[in-house]
Design a binder for this molecule. Structure first.
Ligand SMILES: [Zn+2]
Ligand SMILES: [Zn+2]
Length: 366
């Protein structure tokens, strides 16, 4: 305790009272200045609805098409196919279809409206600090490529790139989505069909969505074919069956053109989940052996079951952008407007600071 210096006291003494007063400042003056939430000043290209509760990518025009196609096909199926199939086969057909439909819609909305794992951009102080570190590292004998850092993960060198937009070194598996203009943790890809990035926080919902959608599409496709086959067996032929139930043809066409891509996507993502890879890493060939050296995926647990558990059932990390939180008043200088109150606060800060310093100095010398 002998090495206590005044410099150590200074930042704490300055910060504690000022942050305390700044947090109490807006409560005392609610009417004069409206507090802004963080989504209102969010730097990425996202859209926010319901006071920041719902977030989507800016170009989310394909999402209504996705929802529309699922709704149209399902409504036609329940209206025109299910009554016939219940009469001729079993009552469980609409029950199974209904459960799958609800599961598909819930997982789709969860994928679309969940923060995919956006990393907040560096504050000006943090950005300046990183810039200083980059400048200092240049004087050492070994000089890595500009604006990259190398770290070891499971005895394998992983390069971290500097993001010029977010002003930070991207953590492992993070990538910057050019459409949303955000760095996203464990970035998989940007999916226009769900109107959101797919990343660390919504990958499990996305996977549940495509797997349940492949089940729903296959189920409806199979049921519609059964429906038309049973009708045509009545002696009227297939053409008559189509004329009796024209809606089934619409369902058949939608299912036929979508089922292959949905099944293919589900299979591809099952492979990715089992090997703990992302679409981004797979497309870039980040861990392929093309470089002639040992560069296997450093994130795999070498066990399909463990990989699946980690990717789909691991703990849900909290959202880091805190989009419904309030912007601190010091980030918005225009919040301090009242001239009359200003000297009083400053005076209070000064006395608090002096008291804190004296107390700290006393405790050090004691
Ligand atoms: Zn970025
Ligand atoms: Zn995106």
């Amino acid at each position: 305790m002998k090495n206590c210096e005044y410099q150590q006291i200074d930042p704490r003494a300055l910060r504690t009272p000022s942050s305390r007063t700044s947090s109490t400042l807006p409560c005392g003056r609610k009417g004069s200045q409206r507090l802004r939430r963080k989504w209102e000043v969010f730097p990425g290209k996202n859209r926010f609805y319901c006071d920041g509760r719902i977030m989507l990518a800016r170009q989310c025009g394909v999402l209504p098409l996705t929802i529309g196609l699922i709704f149209i096909t399902s409504v036609l199926f329940f209206t025109f196919d299910c009554p016939f199939l219940v009469d001729h086969l079993t009552v469980f057909i609409p029950v199974i279809g209904g459960v799958l439909f609800i599961f598909v819609i819930i997982s789709l909305l969860q994928t679309s409206f969940t923060d995919p794992g956006i990393l907040p951009r560096a504050l000006p102080d943090e950005a300046a600090d990183i810039e200083k570190q980059i400048d200092n590292s240049g004087s050492s004998t070994y000089r890595p490529p500009p604006r990259t850092k190398e770290i070891l993960i499971n005895d394998q060198v992983v390069k971290l790139k500097y993001c010029f937009t977010c002003k930070m070194f991207r953590p492992p598996r993070t990538s910057h989505c050019s459409l949303c203009d955000n760095c996203v943790e464990r970035f998989d890809h940007h999916c226009p069909w769900v109107g959101n990035c797919v990343g660390k926080r919504n990958y499990r919902f996305f996977y549940a969505f495509i797997v349940s959608l492949s089940f729903l599409t296959s189920f409806i496709f199979g049921c519609v074919i059964t429906h038309l086959t049973l009708r045509s067996q009545g002696g009227n032929g297939f053409i008559q069956a189509i004329q009796d139930s024209p809606a089934s043809v619409v369902e058949l066409v939608i299912c036929f053109f979508s089922i292959w891509s949905i099944l293919g996507l589900s299979g591809f993502h099952t492979y990715l989940v089992a090997s703990n890879l992302t679409t981004n890493e797979d497309i870039k060939g980040s861990w392929s052996s093309k470089r002639g050296e040992e560069s296997g995926n450093p994130y795999t647990y070498n066990n399909i079951f463990t990989n699946c558990c980690v990717v789909l059932c691991g703990p849900m990390p909290p959202s880091l952008i805190d989009r419904r939180g309030f912007v601190p008043p010091e980030d918005a200088p225009q919040t301090v407007t009242s001239d009359a109150e200003l000297p009083a606060f400053m005076a209070k800060n000064d006395t608090n600071m002096e008291e804190n310093c004296q107390e700290f100095a006393l405790s050090c010398t004691a």
